[in-house]
Design a protein around this ligand. Structure first.
Ligand code: ATP
Length: 204
C-alpha cells in the first residue's frame, strides 16, 4: 500500500504549522522526517495516523494500514511484558508475540510488570508492539529516545526486516539510524503567519 500525501496543511492547537506537503511513501521504503524542534513533525505524524484531521489536502492509503508509535509508549503498567503484547495482539488480531519478544531482547523480561521496566526497556516494549499490529505502514516519532546503542541496532534491524517484507516507515528522528531511506526535510513547508483580519487589526 502506497501512502500518498497531496497538498497537505496541518494545524496544532488551531495554529497552522506546515502547509503544501506533497510526498509518497512506497512499500519497502523508509522516509526520514527532519526539521528543527517545533516545526511540526509530531503534528504531521499524528495527522497521518488519523489522530487529528488535516486543515487541507488529502491523505490516501492510510486507512487501517498505519501503526503509530508516538512519544508515549502507551504501556499498561500493571500488566507484564507478555500480557501487554498479548493484549495488543488481540486488538490487532495477531497470534504470535514471540517474534516481538525476540526482536527487542524481551524474553528475560517477559514476566516483569511494564511499570517496573527501565525507560529504555519500556521503549523497547513499546516498539515491539509494532510487530504484532501486522500494519504495513509504521509512523515513528523519535523512536530511539532512551535506547542504548544495542537497542538502537535492534530497532534498525526491525525496520530493515519490515521494509524487506514490503512494509514502509516514516520516522521522525534527529539521529542517523544507518537506514537506507530518503530524507524529507519539512522546514521549507513551514506555514506562513496568518494575515491579521480587519477586526483584530483594529486593536493594533
Ligand atoms: N497542544 C498544543 N497546543 C498548541 N500548540 C502546540 C501543542 N502541542 C504542540 N504545539 C506547538 O505546535 C508546533 C509543532 O509542534 P510539534 O510537536 O509537531 O513539533 P516537532 O517538529 O515534532 O518538534 P520536536 O522536534 O521538538 O519534537 C510547536 O510550535 C509546538 O509548540
Amino acid at each position: 500500500m502506497t501512502l500518498t500525501v497531496t497538498d497537505l496543511s496541518i494545524t496544532r492547537g488551531g495554529v497552522p504549522v506546515l502547509e503544501g506537503l506533497d510526498f509518497e511513501l512506497e512499500p519497502g521504503k523508509a522516509l526520514i522526517l527532519r526539521g528543527p524542534n517545533g516545526i511540526g513533525k509530531t503534528t504531521l505524524l499524528r495527522t497521518l495516523a488519523g489522530l487529528q484531521p488535516p486543515l487541507a489536502g488529502t491523505i490516501a492509503g492510510a486507512e487501517d494500514t498505519v501503526a503509530y508509535a508516538g512519544h508515549s509508549d502507551g504501556l499498561k503498567p500493571t500488566l507484564s511484558v507478555v500480557e501487554n503484547l498479548r493484549f495488543w495482539a488481540s486488538v490487532f488480531g495477531a497470534r504470535d508475540i514471540q517474534a516481538a519478544l525476540d526482536a527487542y531482547g524481551l524474553n528475560d523480561l517477559a514476566e516483569r510488570h511494564a511499570g517496573n521496566l527501565s525507560a529504555g526497556q519500556k521503549r523497547r516494549l513499546g516498539l515491539s508492539r509494532l510487530l504484532v499490529t501486522g500494519r504495513p505502514i509504521w509512523m515513528l516519532d523519535e523512536p530511539t529516545v532512551s535506547l542504548d546503542r544495542n537497542a538502537v541496532a535492534m530497532f534498525a534491524d526491525a525496520v530493515r526486516r519490515h521494509l524487506g517484507q514490503g512494509g514502509s516507515a516514516l520516522i521522525a528522528t534527529h539521529i542517523d539510524l544507518g537506514l537506507d531511506g530518503e530524507v524529507l526535510d519539512v522546514g521549507p513547508y513551514k506555514a506562513k503567519p496568518q494575515p491579521i483580519d480587519d477586526f483584530d487589526g483594529g486593536f493594533l
